[in-house]
Design a protein around this ligand. Structure first.
Ligand SMILES: *Cc1c(COP(=O)(O)O)cnc(C)c1O
Length: 374
């Protein structure tokens, strides 16, 4: 098959003159590593979500890793993670020498199932890392109940969810700590980047120390108190983040408007379940992921749409069905049935500022045709 040019892209970042102006100012300042722009960016996010402390990092992956390290999670500890997520959520647990324990999801929301969490929280468990899948807040109240009963730290993987709320509380400040991503497919972007929010002063002190080599400044030099990382964000990238934060609400409004168009156009389409947003939660629609009926060959649908120039992809991964986790945790495909079903049948549709009613209609008509012929 010849490659058909992509006409309708899955995602496109919204960057332009405002970001370039901010970068230019940093370039001219002569200060390029973590400095005043990072502080400004951290302040904007802190203010937005009401976080007592925020720390910019090089990615959400390093944000999550740094948080686990700051909490002292290591060998012998278990960390509960949802099975249906980008592997970074669990990889950082492995990097700390701890053991990820995979928790199944609720198929309606794609989020961690609190009942399965309760079943799997052993006495070795130290933390739970709920993911807010595709920008929809996980059901935090029952998760917090389990965490309190079992003495677990709660680290929100809010990579997709900057700007989402759960019963009036911004995600990222509901648990012990929350981590955001600024990858180009997330709410706002810095190219690569991440941020940790926390309300706990002692955790914040450890994050601050470990983010920059474990060094404490004393009289013009450093004293190294721990074996830290260099997970600092550059002021050049923070400049992009500052410009993006000014657009956050407009970009979220635009994403929700496209999602509403899809909801309307897909209502009643046979074989397609549209995403839900339970009462009391707001969704960022980082991804608009539908669930296809099980008899539909999702990968054939992706290929058919690609042949029409429409880019789509799977929702995300079932960790237990990936070779590394299958091997190291001893699982087989289907062991976590809801996650496996979501891995096989979820489909992410194009959603960005260039998608309007015409593109939505085109995508939906092409999707219906692809389903009919699958
Ligand atoms: C994107 C994503 C990550 C990783 O974010 P990076 O900034 O690319 O490291 C982690 N978890 C989830 C749920 C994600 O969607």
């Amino acid at each position: 098959m010849t490659d058909v040019p992509r006409r309708i892209w899955l995602a496109r970042p919204q960057t332009g003159e405002a970001e370039i102006d901010e970068i230019r100012a940093v370039m001219q300042s002569g200060y390029l590593t973590q400095g005043p722009k990072v502080a400004e960016f951290e302040g904007l996010v802190a203010e937005r979500i009401g976080a007592p402390h925020t720390f910019a990092t090089t990615s959400a992956t390093t944000a999550l890793h740094l948080t686990l390290a700051a909490l002292g999670i290591g060998p012998g500890d278990e960390v509960l993670v949802p099975d249906f997520t980008f592997p970074a959520t669990a990889n950082v647990v492995v990097q700390q020498g701890a053991t990820p324990v995979l928790v199944d999801i609720d198929l309606a929301t794609f989020a961690m199932d609190p009942a399965d969490l309760a079943r799997k929280a052993t006495t070795r468990a130290r933390a739970v890392m709920p993911v807010h899948p595709f920008g929809l807040p996980a059901d935090m109240d029952p998760i917090l109940e389990v965490a309190t009963a079992s003495g677990l730290a709660v680290i929100e993987d809010a990579a997709c969810a900057l700007g989402a709320e759960y019963h009036g509380r911004p995600v990222g400040v509901i648990g012990t700590a929350g981590c955001f991503s600024f990858h180009p497919r997330k709410s706002i972007t810095t190219g690569e980047g991440g941020m940790i929010a926390t309300g706990e002063d002692d955790v914040a002190d450890r994050i601050k120390l470990l983010r920059s080599h474990g060094g404490v400044r004393q009289g013009g030099r450093f004293v190294f108190e721990d074996a830290g990382f260099n997970y600092r964000l550059s002021d050049i990238l923070a400049a992009v983040g500052v410009a993006q934060m000014r657009k956050l609400d407009a970009m979220l409004r635009a994403r929700r408007a496209v999602a509403a168009l899809y909801d309307a156009a897909l209502a009643g389409v046979t074989g397609v379940t549209i995403p839900t947003c339970p009462a009391g939660r707001t969704h960022t629609y980082q991804t608009y992921a539908v669930l296809l009926d099980p008899q539909i060959d999702r990968d054939a649908v992706i290929a058919r749409l690609a042949a029409d120039g429409i880019e789509t992809t799977l929702g995300t991964y079932a960790l237990h069905a990936q070779p590394f986790f299958a091997r190291s945790l001893g699982c087989s495909p289907g062991d976590l049935p809801n996650s496996y079903r979501a891995f096989l049948s979820s489909l992410a549709l194009p959603l960005h500022a260039g998608i309007g009613p015409e593109q939505v209609d085109e995508v939906v008509e092409a999707l219906k045709a692809a389903i009919r012929s699958s």
